[in-house]
Design a protein around this ligand. Structure first.
Ligand SMILES: C[S@@+](CC[C@H](N)C(=O)[O-])C[C@H]1O[C@@H](n2cnc3c(N)ncnc32)[C@H](O)[C@@H]1O
Length: 284
């Protein structure tokens, strides 16, 4: 961005100087002074407009930079508190991008502390699985099952859990994506074999599959009958329109209770139950 601005400013300046010189010399040669004056003012105007455009772009750039700096500080702050709070046995894998951001990790830890869930179900394994595993271990109660559709990330997450000595509180289940029918719609979501015999879900963390389109919509219709009475549902990536659209659909079709938006790096939504969710049509 900086390079682009510098190039743009330099290009505008050089272009204006070349044009001024060329026209000026031609007009001097023709000895038409009023034309010279008019042309110089005209070119000066072009230079001023170009510079204003550059300054405007620079202002936008610095405002983005300022936002990024504030967000980076916030992530660092959350990362430090995670490291301080969780008794890590091994370094955590990198966060942000595909993985959760540290501020979402802090949110998960504080929700686990607040609700002390006996059973947590997650969709989309990774750093979040480790963070929640540590948090459950720290509060001394509860287990976690994470569904993972990609065999590569299933292996990575399973190995990470062993490396962090969290095998006694957290498990990753390989659940490839397959067709389901929910609310009369054909959808693609995790295979549900691994859900057989699970205890009631006290906390559901939705961070998979991909956030595009309505890929996370089936989570609630399919899992509604597994949720405990006071279940809490936490969604990552709520700054994606598609994820907010999923929550709107849930609210209109399933009349799920309170919705709270958390304005963290990727946006999060916390849903708490107000009344019974309409049962699913999926044949789990
Ligand atoms: C949003 S990610 C889940 C992230 C996870 N909760 C975490 O904290 O790391 C959703 C899915 O993307 C896949 N995934 C994870 N890391 C990825 C990467 N670096 N590139 C592409 N896909 C990835 C995995 O299959 C994962 O279940």
């Amino acid at each position: 961005m900086q390079k682009l601005l510098a190039k743009w400013t330099l290009f505008g300046g050089v272009l204006a100087m070349v044009a001024i010189s060329a026209i000026g010399l031609t007009i001097i040669a023709l000895q038409e002074r009023w034309v010279l004056l008019f042309s110089l003012y005209f070119l000066l105007g072009i230079v001023v407009v170009l510079q204003i455009m550059s300054l405007n772009k620079m202002r936008q750039y610095f405002s983005i930079l300022h936002h990024e700096q504030r967000m980076s500080y916030r992530q660092l702050d959350s990362l430090l508190s995670l490291h301080h709070f969780l008794d890590l046995q091994s370094p955590l894998p990198p966060m942000r991008e595909w993985a959760i951001s540290p501020d979402f990790g802090s949110l998960l830890v504080s929700q686990i502390h607040q609700h002390r869930p006996a059973f947590v179900l997650e969709t989309g394994s990774g750093v979040s699985t480790l963070v929640m595993g540590y948090a459950l271990k720290k509060v001394g109660t509860g287990n976690l099952l994470s569904l993972e559709h990609d065999v590569k990330y299933y292996q990575i997450s399973s190995e990470s859990l062993a490396q962090h000595c969290l095998g006694d509180v957290a498990t990753v289940a390989y659940a490839p994506l397959e067709e389901h029918v929910v609310q009369g719609r054909p959808v693609i979501w995790y295979a549900t074999e691994s859900l057989k015999g699970i205890p009631p879900i006290d906390m559901l963390v939705v961070d998979g599959p991909g956030a595009k389109d309505l890929g996370r919509y089936p989570a609630l219709p399919i899992l509604s009958r597994f949720l405990s009475k006071d279940a809490v549902i936490i969604l990552d990536d709520a700054k994606f329109d598609s994820v907010r659209a999923v929550v709107d659909l849930w609210q209109s079709e399933l009349h799920f209770g309170e919705t709270r938006f958390i304005d963290n790096e990727k946006g999060a939504i916390i849903l708490t139950r107000k009344r019974e969710v309409v049962s699913s049509e999926s044949g789990v």
